[in-house]
Design a protein around this ligand. Structure first.
Ligand code: HPA
Length: 279
């Protein structure tokens, strides 16, 4: 899509959100990956907007839910915080296009969001982080070397990725996890294109390269968010050990099953982190 057509869609999306949810001004947006959706039930006075009504937002595949933007507030009484929850994301593996979330993320930036919290399900590359563990993303490896910024004309396409996952937000998230009694690991997330899972040889390669988790999302969104001037925080739910690290065969059903049984813990963690971040 050419830049001016995309900008028109972003402007129309912002207008629609302001019309349907007047007075909501979230600084924090959260993309909810597999297993992370439980936080949506904790939103007070929710306003739901279908992605289909937001022209800059992606059309999602038939698998998974249709995609809803939920605006509302989260937090303990007296410390409620406006949030925008993105329930559903477009993955690069669906079409080969890494820019599927470009319009959505730019809409959030135009709406006034300053921080994007990205969540995902991922494979663990560390035996001490078994399925059901949660991990703060300290940095990433763009293994596939794809970008959502190909058709960007300006010099700002040369985005500094030196501090992609904000150190202050990470400290605050880690402290909130301790306070809530939720174990939170920390490590490097490697992005693979998918949709196939890795071979055992690929998992050995990723471990040798210094990754602690592997997944099929998040990195394009981090790049888009940094390009749009947003700060980023990332969280992974580890649903399985990487291929060949145990004798478990990998499948989407297995990912979703572990994600479901870890959902309550993930919601507890997010509920603790959301009010703790300085935005
Ligand atoms: N590899 C890639 N993506 C994933 C995995 C995995 O093992 N588990 C969940 N998402």
């Amino acid at each position: 899509m050419n830049p001016s057509a995309l900008q028109q869609r972003i402007d129309a999306s912002v207008d629609h959100i302001r019309r349907v949810a007047p007075g909501r001004c979230p600084k924090l947006a959260i993309v909810l990956g597999s297993g992370w959706d439980g936080i949506a039930d904790l939103v007070q006075e929710p306003v739901d907007i279908a992605y289909a009504d937001l022209p800059a937002f992606p059309v999602l595949g038939v698998a998974g839910h249709a995609g809803t933007l939920r605006l509302g507030q989260i937090g303990p009484a007296g410390h409620l915080r406006d949030v925008a929850l993105l329930r559903g994301r477009k993955h690069a593996y669906e079409t080969g296009d890494a820019a599927g979330m470009k319009g959505a993320i730019r809409t959030l930036a135009a709406l006034g969001c300053s921080t994007l919290l990205l969540t995902n399900a991922a494979g663990s590359l560390e035996p001490h982080m078994p399925p059901g563990s949660l991990m703060l993303i300290s940095d990433h490896l763009n293994i596939v070397q794809r970008t959502p910024l190909h058709d960007e004309p300006g010099a700002d396409r040369f985005v500094d990725m030196g501090a992609a996952y904000d150190a202050t937000l990470r400290d605050q998230a880690a402290a909130a996890a301790v306070e809530a009694g939720v174990e939170l690991h920390e490590g490097v997330y490697a992005w693979v294109m998918g949709p196939q899972f890795e071979t055992p040889a690929e998992i050995r390669m990723l471990r040798a390269l210094g990754a602690q988790a592997v997944g099929m999302s998040t990195v394009p969104e981090t790049i888009l968010a940094r390009h749009a001037g947003l700060q980023v925080l990332g969280l992974s739910m580890l649903t399985n050990l990487g291929a060949g690290m145990d004798d478990q065969a990998l499948s989407h059903a297995h990912t979703l099953h572990t994600a479901q049984s870890t959902a309550a813990l993930a919601a507890t963690l997010l509920a603790a982190i959301v009010p703790a971040l300085s935005l």
